[in-house]
Design a binder for this molecule. Structure first.
Ligand SMILES: *[C@@H]1O[C@H](CO)[C@@H](O)[C@H](O)[C@H]1NC(C)=O
Ligand SMILES: *[C@@H]1O[C@H](CO)[C@@H](O)[C@H](O)[C@H]1NC(C)=O
Ligand SMILES: *[C@@H]1O[C@H](CO)[C@@H](O)[C@H](O)[C@H]1NC(C)=O
Length: 299
């Protein structure tokens, strides 16, 4: 039996590169074609991914209940300003101290949905996510668009000596923005759909933020791919963020993003970090059985 003290890891590795070559992962936009009227009228009904057919189950494996440390490995060339946006997102996940109230809706409130998941001892996912030391690998580059924006897995003790959950997230801003930076860029096949302005003036990195949030939420709830997922095939698990891909606000679902927030300068976001704004997809709520986020209008 796996108790809390048996967890062999408390560290996550977030590898950040231009593009990657896995075929089994997700896209932040719905994987089907849609008509403009669907986009316009989809918001009138309560959807947010709710479905009687979703059977998210706990498969008895460990989840990340101890303080989480994210080690970023930067592959390829990154601007200082780009690194700052990503670090500030990760630093915004933990609830700030009692004398620092985050502006609502906040990234830390977004993480509360992830904290609802528990292991078999009843321990919740950690409320604390820290940044650890980073590494740079500037020479690595892999400049083409693949059909995946991010994925997570873990290292095998038999190969590297320990078990370490990790995620890859690609910056596809340059190469396939319509796929991985939606809705700051839109897929060409959806006629009449307009991209929205990104909150930190960087379409690629602002698009990556939601992918990073997706992967961190799934690493915390399913680090060894034997804890929380839906579907019967562990090779293609449908995880807590997969269930809500493309949903950023109330009414979201199908091909509609849901109600987002418009900034004075025209940018679109749905939550506040400690110093800047972000657009991050919602997470499946195991108590309510639909996707929830901090900017829900009916909370
Ligand atoms: C969406 O439409 C495009 C162009 O009409 C087509 O090439 C593509 O296969 C369609 N995708 C799906 C998932 O139906
Ligand atoms: C976990 O993080 C919290 C908040 O930063 C801190 O107070 C606590 O000491 C940490 N626990 C461990 C075991 O590092
Ligand atoms: C821990 O998880 C349980 C079950 O989902 C939930 O009722 C409780 O509110 C969670 N606690 C925190 C601190 O999130």
């Amino acid at each position: 039996m796996l108790g809390r003290h048996f967890h062999p890891f408390f560290t996550l590795t977030l590898l950040t590169i231009f593009s990657i070559s896995f075929t089994t992962a997700w896209r932040p936009w719905p994987n089907h074609n849609s008509t403009k009227s669907e986009l316009q009228f989809g918001g009138s009904k309560k959807y947010e991914g709710s479905s009687d057919f979703v059977k998210l189950r706990y498969h008895m494996g460990p989840v990340l209940t101890a303080n989480i440390t994210v080690h970023i490995i930067w592959y390829g060339k990154w601007e200082k300003s780009q690194k700052k946006i990503i670090r500030e997102f990760i630093s915004s996940i933990s609830e700030p101290g009692p004398n620092r109230n985050p502006t609502r809706p906040s990234v830390s409130k977004w993480w509360r949905t992830v904290q609802l998941y528990t292991d078999q001892t009843g321990a919740n996912i950690s409320r604390t996510v820290h940044l650890g030391p980073e590494k740079n690998d500037r020479l690595y580059s892999h400049d083409y668009c693949q059909n995946v924006c991010g994925f997570h897995y873990f290292t095998f003790p038999s190969i590297v000596g320990y078990t370490l959950p990790y995620a890859w997230v690609g910056n596809s801003g340059k190469f396939c923005p319509g796929m991985c930076a939606y809705p700051f860029a839109v897929p060409e096949y959806i006629p009449g759909l307009k991209a929205v302005k990104s909150p930190n003036d960087d379409v690629g990195v602002d698009g990556m933020i939601s992918v990073i949030g997706h992967e961190i939420a799934e690493m915390a709830t399913n680090p060894l791919v034997n804890a929380w997922y839906a579907g019967s095939d562990p090779v293609f698990p449908v995880e807590v963020a997969d269930l809500c891909e493309g949903i950023y606000g109330t009414g979201g679902g199908g091909s509609y993003t849901g109600q987002m927030i418009n900034d004075k300068d025209g940018a679109t976001y749905n939550m506040h970090g400690l110093r800047r704004k972000f657009l991050v997809q919602w997470i499946w709520n195991p108590l309510l059985n639909y996707c929830t986020g901090p900017n829900a209008l009916d909370l």
